[in-house]
Design a protein around this ligand. Structure first.
Ligand code: ZN
Length: 231
């Protein structure tokens, strides 16, 4: 008797679950390829020579304990060069430099692999490096005009876009540049592809955000989930 009651209950429960999930899922709903990933998307960071867990936590403004927990690193000495770390819940602040919502910048590439941060290499690194396979499309971070396209020493093949409020974005080490000088581009437009031209070790996008000649840390202004397309 008790078995019968239990099985009856489980049937009821199954039915209930089926009804609940059946209501919430609409299989005919079209999948939007343009929808951004969830806000909880985490960065990953590739450990460089000279990094410590503490310095990485500082770089990304995350608590050391959370960094350890997310990466299952009970001992900070387990850190090794080339290791990929999860950077949890990177909080960013947009707008201090009069960037209105309509002008907000998007992440310029469909990768979250940061191989070098702003200020790395004794503060000589004035951008961020985003590792991606050769040929990966690079997107215009905002609407603008092509200020420069061509080769520059160190940068290799580079595109510089001009935006309102004296803002510029720079995309370097490209394999191919897909725009011409003076061209107007829309946010999200493909402007080049990832390469290793110029002074680059490995395929990556070197991205800079510049305001009136001053290099800003892109991570303070651009949220990682604000890129076009899906990973
Ligand atoms: Zn770089």
């Amino acid at each position: 008797m008790s078995f019968r009651i239990t099985s009856f209950r489980s049937i009821l429960l199954t039915l209930f679950l089926f009804l609940v999930t059946g209501c919430s899922v609409n299989p005919k709903q079209p999948v939007s390829l343009g929808s951004p990933p969830s806000e909880s998307k985490n960065f990953s960071y590739i450990v460089q020579k000279g990094d410590t867990l503490f310095s990485i936590a500082q770089k990304f403004s995350v608590k050391l304990a959370i960094l350890q927990y997310e990466n299952n690193l009970s001992d900070p000495n387990q850190l090794a060069i080339g290791m990929r770390l999860i950077i949890p819940n990177l909080t960013t602040s947009i707008s201090p430099h009069r960037m209105s919502t309509s002008e907000s910048f998007i992440w310029p590439i469909a990768t979250l692999d940061i191989s070098s941060t702003f200020g790395a290499r004794n503060n000589r690194h004035k951008g961020i490096d985003l590792r991606a396979p050769r040929g990966t499309e690079i997107y215009a971070a905002a609407d603008g005009r092509v200020h420069f396209v061509g080769k520059q020493k160190g940068y290799g093949k580079v595109v510089i876009l001009e935006h309102p409020h004296q803002l510029r974005t720079l995309y370097a080490h490209n394999d191919r540049n897909l725009v011409h000088s003076g061209q107007k581009v829309k946010r999200g437009a493909a402007i080049g592809t990832v390469g290793d031209s110029g002074n680059a070790t490995g395929y990556h996008l070197h991205f800079e955000l510049i305001q009136a000649g001053k290099r800003l840390n892109p991570l303070h202004y651009i949220k990682p989930h604000q890129f076009v397309g899906a990973l």
